[in-house]
Design a protein around this ligand. Structure first.
Ligand SMILES: CC(=O)CC(=O)O
Length: 662
């Protein structure tokens, strides 16, 4: 693997390119319409976070947001949580999508492992959305009711979502790689009225029959009035009772699309993020907040226009799906892909990039690492003449990953490594076509996101690693968590450490130029390629296995190291950790959680390190395995079983050697 020094400049935009970038156009507009002139991106960012109300109002005007009733003011109170944005305004997300309807370009482009390539026109998208909206209304779905989907990343899922948004119902989805238990844990909390589901799907060349899971969901979700089934795997073999409607039947209906105008803070969707304990947190985000945040990011910051073709490799279980669909708000053609990114080989997505003439290719750092490890050189086989930007998220992209993109994809593109979270359904930090790209460094903080690195006492740090915090409200922050009426869970998720300041749970370093490096999670949540899972969800499955007595799982993803997620198990007397038991554990996680969370290695240990009151010591062990000295990682005095550390200290030394020799 070719190495490169962190911070090496790999790309500098030409003056011509800066001038035609969307951010420059927005800056020119600010100058002309508001008399505000900014020389640099940093100056613009400073203004955007100091003059929040002016900034977000300018986004509303510049992006020409369509609303039914005007707002009384931009921000009623600057506080977190509880900021009330654009009170008085009523609007609808779906209307802001369909205002872009046109006949000369498709709305969606789609490929799956089974479907070679298909385009969906704006007309088809609108007609089918209208038909599904009408079916939902006939079922009795009202504004505020929940509509859930167990569907892959296919056009039908986008249609179902837009239909749901158009009538003011609340959308929520889990991707079919989630096992029944994980889906039930999420959907049961929000009592859905309707379930959209597929009968099965294909991944990595293998067919998966999902009917048993769909049956289980229907049994365990008593609030369901109907299930709308899409026979995706086997077209003609569906057994059904009256509570199941078939997709093909409901889309036959001719209906007019109309919009339920809802307040700016009316819930649009519920996303899930896992903490370290308890069930996944159902995060509610609003029509207006998402609309304005996604327009700001895509249309102003990322140069996505009506002529762009925007792709992100994602499943419907990751917030990047929700973000990708935001491309329709700008009027871009959105590219969907369903399947393994490496099926039949590592060129699948690059081939799609050529075929669909993708201008903005979004992926995860994990995918770039796979391409790098497999020596894939897409530029030798494909024509990327229209490609303007490669975007990466999910985990920090290493300096070598940056270099790989410039050497093997295209040398004249803006590479955007970005990081944010499900909690805000956007990026806090990212890139800009007006800024140079430096290896391993995220170019800037997002406009309107007052991101800082804080020390333990809440002092801002420059050039030192600290907690990623956001000190001013953002419109896409959660409205609330479902079933959390007194905001207890919401408060403890972000505001426990620094009152009134959002602590995100990532380590970040910010330099004087505004460039950022993310160093991974500062808590013990597992984050595999962007999808978060609480450790408790994995313990539940692993510890249900007869042979397993206790367990500990640690995510060792950190900048400069390959992602490595070891699982430690204490076995019952007489049990042996042989290959058969390891496979049994992996299989249990694969089926009940998701294949994504199968550990990289399983180790047998005598004891799990615990605190005096019996809590598993995830963060201290993570620190130890990441190479922190013992005294900085663990306080043995607070432990019930300090002798359990010996194994982890030895392992830490071995992992250090591995890393040095990578
Ligand atoms: C933008 C993001 O934050 C994506 C992720 O890493 O989950």
């Amino acid at each position: 693997m070719k190495t490169v020094t962190e911070g090496t400049t790999l790309w500098t935009p030409t003056e011509e390119r800066i001038q035609r970038s969307s951010i420059k156009r927005y800056m020119n507009w600010l100058k002309e319409k508001k008399g505000l002139a900014f020389e640099t991106h940093q100056a613009l960012w400073n203004w955007s976070v100091e003059h929040l109300e002016e900034f977000w109002e300018s986004v509303w005007e510049y992006c020409e947001i369509k609303s039914a009733a005007p707002y009384r003011c931009v921000l009623e109170e600057r506080k977190m949580p509880g900021a009330k944005w654009f009170p008085g305004a009523t609007l609808n997300y779906a209307e802001n999508v369909f205002r872009n309807e046109r006949s000369d370009r498709p709305a969606l482009l789609f490929r799956s492992e089974r479907v070679p390539y298909r385009e969906v026109t704006w007309k088809e998208l609108k007609e089918k959305t209208a038909a599904v909206a009408s079916a939902l209304k006939k079922i009795g779905v009202k504004p505020g009711d929940r509509v859930v989907a167990y569907m892959p990343n296919i056009p039908e899922t986008v249609i179902a979502f837009l239909a749901c948004a158009s009538i003011g119902a609340i959308w929520s989805s889990c991707s079919p790689d989630f096992g029944a238990g994980s889906v039930i844990d999420r959907f049961q909390q929000i009592e859905p009225a309707v379930l959209f589901a597929i009968d099965g799907c294909q991944y990595n060349g293998k067919e998966f029959d999902k009917r048993p899971i769909v049956d289980e969901l229907r049994k365990k979700l008593p609030s369901l009035k109907k299930t709308i089934l899409l026979p995706y795997l086997r077209k003609n073999e569906q057994e059904r009772d009256d509570s199941i409607l078939l997709w093909d039947e409901i889309i036959q209906e001719k209906a007019e699309l109309s919009y339920e105008y809802v307040p700016f803070d009316h819930p649009l969707w519920i996303l899930y993020s896992s903490g370290t304990t308890g069930l996944p947190k159902p995060i509610v985000q609003g029509h207006g907040g998402i609309l304005i945040e996604h327009l700001k990011t895509l249309m102003i910051e990322q140069n996505i226009t009506k002529e762009s073709t925007f792709f992100w490799f994602t499943t419907t279980g990751w917030m990047m799906w929700n973000f990708l669909i935001g491309g329709l708000l700008v009027g871009a053609a959105v590219v969907l892909y369903d399947g393994s990114p490496t099926y039949p080989d590592g060129n699948a997505l690059w081939e799609l990039a050529e075929k669909a003439r993708i201008t903005h290719f979004g992926t995860s750092a994990a995918f770039i690492n796979i391409c790098m490890k497999h020596g894939i050189k897409p530029k030798e086989s494909y024509d990327f003449s229209g490609l303007e930007a490669v975007l990466s998220t999910g985990s920090p992209l290493t300096a070598e990953g940056f270099l790989w993109v410039y050497e093997n994809v295209k040398d004249d593109i803006c590479l955007v490594s970005c990081s944010g979270g499900t909690d805000v359904c956007t990026a806090f930090v990212g890139g800009s076509p007006m800024l140079p790209v430096r290896a391993g460094v995220i170019s800037c903080r997002a406009l309107g996101a007052k991101v800082q690195a804080f020390d333990e006492n809440g002092n801002p740090l420059i050039n030192e690693v600290g907690e990623l915090v956001v000190t001013e409200p953002m419109p896409s922050m959660p409205l609330f968590f479902w079933n959390d009426s007194n905001h207890e869970r919401y408060m403890s998720s972000y505001f426990d450490t620094y009152p009134g300041v959002w602590k995100h749970g990532d380590w970040i370093k910010i330099n004087e130029e505004g460039g950022c490096i993310i160093y991974g999670r500062s808590d013990s949540t597992i984050n595999r390629a962007g999808v978060r899972m609480g450790t408790s969800e994995i313990y539940r499955v692993v510890e249900a296995i007869d042979e397993v007595l206790d367990s500990l799982i640690i995510d060792l993803e950190m900048m400069g190291r390959t992602s490595f997620m070891p699982l430690f198990v204490v076995l019952n007397p007489g049990a042996v950790l042989d290959e058969a038991l390891k496979e049994k554990i992996r299989q249990a996680i694969r089926q009940n959680v998701s294949p994504r969370f199968v550990p990289d290695e399983i180790y047998q240990v005598k004891q799990i390190p615990k605190t005096l009151n019996g809590k598993k010591m995830e963060i201290p062990i993570r620190k130890l395995l990441l190479g922190f000295p013992l005294e900085k990682a663990v306080n043995p005095g607070s432990m019930a079983n300090p002798e359990s550390l010996e194994f982890f200290m030895e392992l830490s030394a071995k992992l250090e050697n591995n890393v040095k020799h990578q």
